[in-house]
Every structure is written in structure tokens, then in C-alpha cells.
Write a protein that binds this ligand. Structure first.
Ligand code: SF4
Length: 886
């Protein structure tokens, strides 16, 4: 059936905290067409590569369709009763703090609200924490210290109106691409300048006027230096400072810090201070590079201090602006998804707030103190203090620091429930009960983006099998645990209404979070709800925060918090001489459970990699495309080497996306220690001391196959292609009979085989076909293999013997790894156009090849390729493919 006559449905992107509006239309074949919503205030029609590919991720092949308990399919009735009974029995025997929920910034606000109400109001424990703890808990703590509440004063319009945008620990170009495009548009329109503060050179540096590659963890020293300089130059705003307290103490502490801790040259520091101090309209955008630190909260306050001292906050084009990683990280903060907060920004430590929340919910209990934050929660699971655990839409076995330890703890927990779309996650595989949850395109609810805009997510596809919305699953468990009235919800609109009415309590306590204007919204109003930035009280919209002061401490003053620089908790030394940074890649999202379903997104960077500086690589005997062992005190991984000056000497960078399913030895979080910020509880994910060494294996292999290839070897990395899968392999164990091994690995024992190579010299190639159709091929070599991987991954219809040459025929072109995911334009195509002089600007590449003309996410890479390969470039090196072997 063709879906082209169906109406488009307005919804919100499933991924990052930009919260782009999307227009979705079922294609009649189970998929979706997707385009940006031109009327959504976050993106005005723009989407990045991930958003553009949303329609490719809604297939059902991987979906869990039926509840499962202890390895068997069961009905919902049995599954829900089992969950309710086991939680009730555990609480009865061991108390409410013996159970926990670990939830996700990808839950809708209505889901979050029910989970939080169930745990905090009815079970009576605060042991509910969210994976946003790993993302922006330091911002929450910093905001609360400075403002009295977790209020984000910035708006996206500020980025349009700023004269200077400072990106601190934020690769906005890859992690929030649509916001980055807004910044670039402002640059074009009004000459907005850009400063990037990041130890690593990222795609966001491409258009930057200044890149400060500071020492990891030295942001406090830098911003204390800025505060000192603001004061020295008389740039403090005395009228605004009267609305604050603490400046003198903060200046004294800042004055004791050593700016040399940043490792930045004096001229770069002076340029930054000049730019910041002389530009009133400055927005300081910060993200995980600030938050994921053992001093993350202090870093946040160091940034806020400079804005408070100058009064550059809450007015057009200026202010500190934290951008969130997940689609509803902000909604989770608002609804009390963190173990140390109550709903509506109310405080768990405040007896009046607790009493008001308990009364509103007519709840039997309310916790008297904060619950366990994520790292401590899983330590309590390990210790056996937590005996029943419900993990909802998140994958802690892959993403928590010390991931292997967390996996063992989950596996050993007395009773673990997972709600998810699939059984194929590292965490779901460990659970006793797995509940099939509805997916992004099947759910109704709301999300809040980074600038406090609440948007509707709307169901556009039917849930497959027996999958159900999370609010519905949670409410049913609540009813079965005995709280029938409190969880008697018929729709997400009813939950939203209750939540909106609850926010009036917060307003009465003088808190910021007020959406009571929605407290009488009916089903039709909820269905039509337009994107709305809060506050929205009963008397209407509240406008901006803090332009005229009015902070949320009891004296209504902000706090300029004295903060002193602290180095990362663990420093490099003789055993672990490198510092490992971690982060995202452009086209993948979290653990790839969704983006990994898209072949074109998977084509950008197809392996877990580690970026190494050329001098370090030379010293360690590592060449581009070698495999490298990376070892920390908590684990050892294997990654493909990329030699690049983007990282500093002594530093390496590895992406976060790989899991036991896709690349068991490429899981970066098994290397990251569980060290946390003492205030926020957020782990230090950006500064892990590691050692690196060349992995020397007797064989390396590349495979293409119609079905996934999962042999147990030292190194395996698998991604999807249009026709199946491509896999990189290596191991220390020698294999005697490669043909037999290949047949077993591919489960093609009876297939027709064509072979080539010299097994005695460690070289072997085999193509396996059935009925004249290529099913799989394996290329083995004693060294990392030079092959036309992207061409081979397409499994072209050519004779097997020709396929085994590993090269395209003369009349076929290997375009190389995908750079522009929207139009499928490969690296080699782009480099050819640049090096022959046909396209030596990003716009010219767009005109010639269309690359970079849709979402714009690849434009920084196009610029970098021009720098490198244009006929005039001094650095016109031989072509090295990204994430693989040329
Ligand atoms: Fe989605 Fe990209 Fe927009 Fe983020 S920037 S919300 S990933 S389309």
C-alpha cells in the first residue's frame, strides 16, 4: 500500500536535545517518510543526518513482540503480575530501598512522571535515577547552586542573536548539528564569532575564530582566569552584581588559581579574554566535556560566574547555555527523574516540598532523603543491597563506567526487569523479565528540549506484536502493587494534566517550573499542543529568566560560587601514560540500537577507532589502520588506529557507541573508571589514563555477508550494509583450515565456494554462493588488508573470482566511506573533485556533488578535506580512509 495520500503527522526527533520537529508519513510498507517541520521553532525545517534517516530505523526485524520471563514468552498478565509480586515481596522483606528503577532521557515526560510517582510516592524510595546522570547531572547541580533551581536561561534565539558563541566541551557540529547550523547562519548574517574550548580539535573548530586546546579538566582555571580579568579590567556589572552574592569570595579563590594549569599560551588566553570581555552578546554553550568530569559541577559554576559578574544572562543574545544530549533529558530533570530531586524542580531535602508532593499524590510515603545516583546504584546492585531492579530504555551494561563490572552486577541481581524494544542489547540479555515497549514512532507524549520547549511526540505507526507504551506498563504495575486509584490513567493526556496541575505547587513555593497553564488541557488540546516554551502559568507565558535577577534562592539572589581548579581524579603515569577522551561520532546515537539499523548512517565510521597523535603513533610503532590495544585499570579494548593531529600528544580519543553486539572489544565504557563528581555524581568519562600498544595478530580479516557474523575472536566489529553486514575481524589464535572455518562462521556449509590466495602464507579469500547469488565472502591476510571495502560491502553482482580481487572492475567506481549521509557521497568522490580543482569550496562541492546541501552535518568534514586535498594544500597526503583500511 502506498502511504503518499496519508496526512503528515507533526512529531519530534528521537535523538538529541535540540528537539527538532519532524513531519512523518507512513510509507504504507511499515516505514516512514521524514522531513523537517518548517514551523518548529527548534529547527525551522532543518534536520541532521540522524534525523533525516529516522524512517530507516523503524523496521520490525529486531523487535521484541512478546513479554519474556526467564527465557520464555509469556502473556502480559503473567509478566506484569510477576514484576508487581517480586517488587512487592522484595519491599516487604527488605524495605523500599532494596529496589530501584534506572530510566532514560529517551522516556517521554508522561512515562517519567508515572515511574517517578511510583517509586518516590508509593514505593517510598528515591532509588530512581536516569541515564541523564551520565550526561548533564553536573549542570543540574551547578544551576541549583547558582540560581536556586535547575533553570536553563538560554534560548535558541540567543544563538541567532549572539555576537560571540563560545563552545566549551561541546562538539556542537556533530552532537547538536542543527544548533550548529543556526550558529553558522548567525555567523553569515551578523558575523558571529566562534570560540571552541576543547582539548581535541573537532569538527566544530572548522569555522572557529579561536580554538583553545586546553589541558583536560582545566576549564575552572580558564574561567577563573576570565573572572579575574573581568574584574581587573573593570568589566563587572555593579548593578547586576547587587542581584547576586559571593563575588568577592569567588574572585579571591579565582585569584589563587594558576592559569598555567590550562597549558594555553599567553597570546591565546589574551585573545579569548579580549573577545569575551569586549563582546556583550556572548553565549557560552557547554555540554558533556564540562559535565563528564570529577569537577563537573565546579566547571559549570565557573562558567556561570563570568556571566553573572557581567550581567550577561537572560537577555537577547547572551547567557550560559547547557545543551542536553538526549531528546527528553530536560523533561526528566523537570519531572524528577534524578534520585536527588522531586517533580517540578521541588527539593527532596525540603520537608515542606516533600509534604506538598505527598499530599498532592495522596501518597502513602515519600522518601526523606535522596536515593542512589547511577554509579552508586549499580554498586548497591553489586553488593546485593538492591535486590529488584527495573531498567527502562537504557543499556547500562554497555554505557555505565566500569561496564563489565556493571554487567556482572546486573547478571547477579536477584530480579532484573528490562523494558525495551529489542532483546538485542547488552542489558536485555541479562534480564529475568523483558517487556516489549512501544517505540518512538508508536508513542504519544511530550518531550522538553534544551531551551525548555515542550513538544508533542505523536504516534504514527501501530506498535507491533504486544508492545505497549511505557506509561501504561508502569501504571499497570502500580495498580497490581495495590495502588489502583493513583495509577488509574487512561491516556498520556490525563498524566500530562496531572503533572501540569502539580507544577502549580512549585510555583507556590516560588520555583521556576510552572506549566499550570496546561492543567485543564483536554484530549483535543493535547492532540493539538503546539511547541511551547515554559514557564506557562495559569496567567500565561512567563517570558525569560534572570534578565532582571529574581533568582530562586530564598533571598532571590544568585550565588557566584567560589570554585578552585582541580585536576582530573586520575592522572597519566608510567603504567598508563595517555589520557583517553570519549565522545560521539556524527551519524551514530548512543549504543546504535536505532542508528545502527540504517546502512547509510553506519557507512560513515564503520569501526570503533582510537585517534592517536602522529608522534605518539610513531613512538609506539603504530601505523594508520593498525589495531591498537587500549588498556586502563578497569579493562582492555581493541580499536582501529586513526593517526591524526586532531588529538594532542599524549591524548587519545575513542567513540562511545560500540557494544557487545556490534564490537565486543570496542566498548569504551569498560575502560572508564567509576570516579564521579562529589556533588553531581556524574562520572569522569573524558580523562581516563590508559596505555596503548600495537595489537600484533597472525591474521586480520574483512567479511561481507547477508547475515550477521559473530565468531568469538579477539576483535570483531560489525555494521549493517544495504545488503547485509560488513565485519572486521582479527585474532591471536591461528586457524588451520580457513575454508572450513568460513563455512562454519557463515553457516553456509553447503554453499558453492570460490577460493583464492595462499593459506600457507596466511593469505586466503573465499566467496560463498547459493543458486548463483553471493551469500558471503571472507578476505584474510597476515596484515591489515588494503581492500575497496565500501565497494565490496555493496555485494555487487559480479563473478566471485572478480569479487575476490578485492577491487572494483575498471568500469565500476569505489566511492569510499560515506561522508555525506544524506546523498550517499563517498570520500573518494569528494577527494577526486577537490584534487582535480573542480570543487575547492564547500559550496562548490555542494554544487558539483550535492554533498553538504541537505542537513549540513558533513560541511565541517568537507572543509577539512578541502584543506587537505586541494591542489594548493601543503598537506596533500595520500588518501587514508576513515575507520578502515585504504
Ligand atoms: Fe534529531 Fe539531528 Fe535535530 Fe538532534 S539535531 S534533534 S539528532 S535532527
Amino acid at each position: 500500500m502506498d502511504g503518499s495520500n496519508l496526512p503528515e503527522v507533526r512529531s519530534t526527533c528521537a535523538y538529541c536535545g535540540v528537539g527538532c520537529g519532524v513531519l512523518l508519513r507512513p510509507d504504507g510498507a511499515g516505514g516512514l517518510t521524514v522531513r523537517g517541520d518548517p514551523d518548529h521553532p527548534a529547527n525551522f525545517g532543518r534536520l541532521c543526518s540522524k534525523g533525516t534517516a529516522l524512517g530507516e530505523t523503524v523496521g520490525l526485524g529486531h523487535r521484541l513482540l512478546t513479554p519474556r520471563a526467564f527465557g520464555r514468552n509469556v502473556g502480559w498478565d503473567n509478566a506484569l503480575q510477576l514484576v508487581a509480586d517480586r517488587f512487592r515481596e522484595t519491599i516487604a522483606a527488605h524495605g523500599p530501598d532494596s529496589v530501584a528503577f534506572y530510566v532514560s532521557g529517551q522516556l517521554l515526560t508522561e512515562d517519567y512522571y508515572v515511574a517517578n510517582k511510583l517509586m518516590k510516592g508509593f514505593i517510598g524510595s528515591a532509588n530512581i535515577d536516569t541515564n541523564s546522570r551520565l550526561c548533564m547531572a553536573s549542570t543540574v547541580a551547578g544551576h541549583k547552586r547558582a540560581f536556586g533551581t535547575d533553570t536553563v536561561p538560554g534560548t535558541y534565539e540567543d544563538l541567532d542573536q549572539a555576537d560571540l558563541v563560545v563552545l566549551v566541551g561541546s562538539n556542537l557540529a556533530w552532537c547538536h548539528p542543527v544548533l550548529y547550523q543556526r550558529v553558522l547562519a548567525a555567523r553569515q548574517a551578523r558575523g558571529t564569532r566562534i570560540v571552541v574550548i576543547d582539548p581535541r580539535r573537532t569538527a566544530s573548530c572548522d569555522q572557529a575564530d579561536l580554538h583553545l586546546a586546553l589541558n583536560p579538566g582545566s576549564d575552572v582555571a580558564l574561567f577563573n582566569g576570565l573572572l579575574t580579568e573581568i574584574h581587573r579590567r573593570g568589566a563587572v556589572d555593579p548593578d547586576f552584581v547587587r542581584l547576586t552574592s559571593g563575588l568577592e569570595a569567588a574572585l579571591e579563590t579565582a585569584g589563587n588559581d594558576q592559569i598555567s594549569e590550562t597549558g594555553l599560551p599567553a597570546e591565546k588566553l589574551a585573545a579569548f579574554f579580549d573577545l569575551w570581555i569586549n563582546t556583550p552578546r556572548v553565549v557560552t554553550v557547554f555540554s558533556q566535556g564540562v559535565n563528564q568530569s570529577s569537577s563537573g559541577t565546579d566547571k559549570v559554576n565557573a562558567i556561570l560566574n563570568s556571566h553573572l559578574a557581567t550581567g550577561r544572562i537572560g537577555r537577547p543574545g547572551m547567557g550560559p547555555f547547557s545543551v542536553t544530549g538526549q531528546p527528553n533529558a530536560m523533561g526528566g530533570r523537570e519531572v524528577g527523574g534524578l534520585a536527588n530531586t522531586l517533580a517540578c524542580h521541588l527539593d527532596i531535602e525540603n520537608a515542606d516540598h516533600r509534604a506538598a508532593v505527598q499530599a498532592y499524590w495522596q501518597a502513602p510515603a515519600i522518601p526523606q532523603s535522596p536515593g542512589l545516583k547511577a554509579v552508586d546504584m549499580f554498586r548497591a546492585v553489586e553488593d546485593g543491597q538492591i535486590k529488584a531492579l527495573w531498567i527502562i530504555h537504557t543499556n547500562p551494561a554497555a554505557t555505565m563506567p566500569e561496564a563489565d563490572r556493571v554487567s556482572r552486577a546486573i547478571a547477579a541481581c536477584s530480579f532484573t526487569v528490562v523494558s525495551d524494544l529489542t532483546l538485542n542489547t547488552d542489558t536485555a540479555r541479562l534480564a529475568d523479565v523483558v517487556l516489549p515497549a512501544a517505540g518512538w514512532a508508536e508513542k504519544n507524549g511530550t518531550v522538553t528540549n534544551s531551551d525548555r520547549t515542550i513538544s508533542r511526540q505523536r504516534a504514527v505507526l501501530q506498535s507491533p506484536g504486544q508492545a505497549r507504551p511505557d506509561w501504561d506498563i508502569l501504571a499497570e504495575v502500580g495498580r497490581r502493587m495495590g495502588w489502583k486509584t493513583a495509577f488509574d490513567y487512561a491516556s498520556p493526556a490525563e498524566i500530562f494534566r496531572e503533572y501540569a496541575a502539580m507544577s502549580q505547587i512549585a510555583a507556590q513555593f516560588g520555583k521556576d517550573f510552572d506549566i499550570s497553564g496546561f492543567s485543564e488541557i483536554d484530549e483535543a488540546g493535547y492532540a493539538e499542543l503546539e511547541p511551547t516554551r515554559w514557564p506557562l502559568g495559569r496567567k500565561g507565558a512567563g517570558g525569560r529568566f534572570f534578565g532582571g535577577g529574581h533568582f530562586f534562592h530564598s533571598d532571590r539572589k544568585a550565588r557566584i560560587v567560589p570554585v578552585a581548579h582541580r585536576r582530573p581524579a586520575a592522572l597519566p603515569g608510567p603504567k598508563y601514560p595517555f589520557v583517553m577522551n570519549t565522545g560521539r561520532t556524527r551519524d551514530q546515537w548512543h549504543t546504535m540500537t536505532r542508528t545502527g539499523l540504517s546502512a547509510r548512517l553506519s557507512a560513515h565510521l564503520a569501526e570503533p577507532f582510537v585517534d592517536i597523535h602522529p608522534q605518539d603513533a610513531a613512538r609506539e610503532g603504530i601505523s594508520s589502520a593498525d589495531l591498537v590495544e587500549v588498556t586502563s585499570p578497569t579493562g582492555r579494548g581493541i580499536f582501529r588506529a586513526r593517526i591524526t593531529q586532531d588529538v594532542r600528544i599524549g591524548h587519545v580519543f575513542a567513540p562511545i557507541h560500540w557494544t557487545a553486539e556490534t564490537a565486543p572489544s570496542g566498548r569504551v565504557d569498560m575502560l572508564v573508571p567509576g570516579t564521579t563528581d562529589p556533588i553531581s555524581g556524574q562520572p569522569e568519562s573524558k580523562a581516563t589514563p590508559v596505555s596503548i600498544s600495537l595489537m600484533q595478530a597472525p591474521w586480520y580479516a574483512f567479511a561481507v555477508s547477508r547475515n550477521p557474523l559473530t565468531p568469538s575472536v579477539a576483535y570483531r566489529a560489525t555494521v549493517r550494509t544495504d545488503n547485509g553486514y560488513r565485519t572486521e575481524l582479527a585474532d591471536h589464535a591461528r586457524i588451520k583450515n580457513w575454508e572450513q572455518t568460513a563455512r562454519e562462521w557463515f553457516a553456509l556449509t553447503d554453499a558453492d565456494a570460490v577460493t583464492a590466495g595462499d593459506p600457507a602464507r596466511g593469505s586466503f579469500r573465499i566467496a560463498l554462493s547459493q543458486n548463483g547469488c553471493l551469500q558471503a565472502a571472507l578476505f584474510v591476510s597476515p596484515r591489515p588488508l588494503p581492500l575497496m571495502r565500501d565497494y565490496l560491502a555493496s555485494m555487487p553482482d559480479i563473478p566471485p573470482a572478480q569479487f575476490l580481487t578485492g577491487r572494483a572492475p575498471a568500469d565500476a567506481k569505489d566511492t569510499g566511506p560515506i561522508i555525506c549521509a544524506c546523498f550517499g557521497v563517498g570520500l573518494k568522490t569528494i577527494v577526486d573533485a577537490i584534487s582535480c580543482g573542480k570543487a575547492i569550496s564547500v559550496d562548490a562541492i555542494g554544487a558539483a556533488l550535492s554533498a553538504g546541501t541537505n542537513c549540513g552535518s558533513c560541511r565541517p568534514e568537507l572543509g577539512a578535506l578541502i584543506d587537505r586535498y586541494s591542489p594548493d594544500a601543503a598537506d596533500n597526503l595520500s588518501l587514508q580512509l576513515q575507520g578502515g583500511v585504504a
